[in-house]
Design a protein around this ligand. Sequence first.
Ligand code: FAD
Ligand code: SF4
Ligand code: SF4
Length: 378
Amino acid sequence: MAKRLSSQKLLKNNVLDTQLCTGCGACVGLCPYQAIYNDRTVQLHYCDLTEGKCHVYCPRTPTDFESLRQLLFDAKDLTPEIGAVKAYYLTRAVDPEIREAGQHGGSVTALMELALAEGLIHAALVSSGNDQYLRYGTLAADKNTIRKSAGVKFIVSPMAAAFNQFVREYQGRAGVVATPCQALALAKMKLNRDKDETGKIKQLQLVIGLYCGWALSVEKFSALLAQKSIRIDDIKRMDIPAGKNILELYTAQGVKEIPLEEAQACVREACNYCIDSTAEYADISVGAARFGGTVDEQRGWNQLIVRSQRGKDLIDLAVKRGVLEIKEAPAESLRQLKVAAMEKKKSALKNIARKSGSAKKLLYLDNRDVLVRRILGV
Ligand SMILES: Cc1cc2nc3c(=O)[nH]c(=O)nc-3n(C[C@H](O)[C@H](O)[C@H](O)COP(=O)(O)OP(=O)(O)OC[C@H]3O[C@@H](n4cnc5c(N)ncnc54)[C@H](O)[C@@H]3O)c2cc1C
Ligand code: SF4
Ligand code: SF4
């Protein structure tokens, strides 16, 4: 009988070597053999375990999406385009200081601060950077650290690795900010935890997902910046203003602009195979308010999807405590979001089929899954 490949070998063959790895970090920190190097995940030593969690938690290995949806959401809330929707709003932080520090309306920062202040979590896992421009998950146990980590760079920050480290070192409850691929990895941890590890997954109290179009490869983007004589460690924040085809880089010397086309040539290969733009497996998902209104009306606001009961409870509390301002989003905004999300799904499926050489071989996706079938139009 043929020898079964180890989980680590499967991860290497099917995810790392095929450039499907999103850099989420779910396979890092479970054992000493997997590590993060710059924005890449590398294997340091061979392991022959065949039921390894590294393979099970990875968002780019086969996933039982149906069981995940059943575990996390109300069936009546599910939509094929953007996952579960209990409610959909435009929101922003009431505190002007948070809005000033935040990427768009500061909703993520305001919600994490509230969850911490109310004792729902003992720590927020947010993203921080170093002088070399790389991002990593940071444990924030006070509101100043959460606030200092507001704002975004479109570079992978391995938040699932930060959660693995948190449960290894602490007993308390955590809230995690996560991109869609990371929220999926965290959801797979909830679904697949061994019985002896249920205590650890109970520590994961809250996942606030970020909408995500793509993330940049550090290597490719650094080369582009070098051509333009922009120092990578000068960049504090990045944004793509609505309606403009530019990537803005906020630096100590002011805002520098790069044509979006040039930045998009630096996108991580793995993002081309991503079907999720709204963090479908989070409790709450937050993005820029890009649809249904003028650019000025949208500036400084977030779109926010409430997905789970836990997410709803937090939003209700945020309104009660006066930390989040909420407007009903125009129906047109939700319609446009769904169209954009479905476009990303279709384009990813095309890329996956091109990569595998067959429309029937969808790599980490299962063409029998009901939502995959909806994307395929069958
Ligand atoms: C790679 C990437 C791509 C994105 N693409 C889109 C997009 O196409 N469309 C869209 O509408 N929105 C996108 N976003 C989300 C958007 O940039 C904002 O994060 C979101 O609107 C929340 O805004 P806010 O004002 O509430 O953020 P804030 O209150 O400033 O909170 C942002 C939180 O995100 C954390 N964070 C920063 N960088 C990262 C990172 N790399 N990974 C994980 N967490 C991080 C911060 O620590 C902070 O806690 C993207 C985000 C990332 C990280
Ligand atoms: S778990 Fe995340 S970091 Fe590890 S191989 Fe899979 S996608 Fe890459
Ligand atoms: S596009 Fe998808 S794979 Fe790439 S960083 Fe965003 S969520 Fe992850």
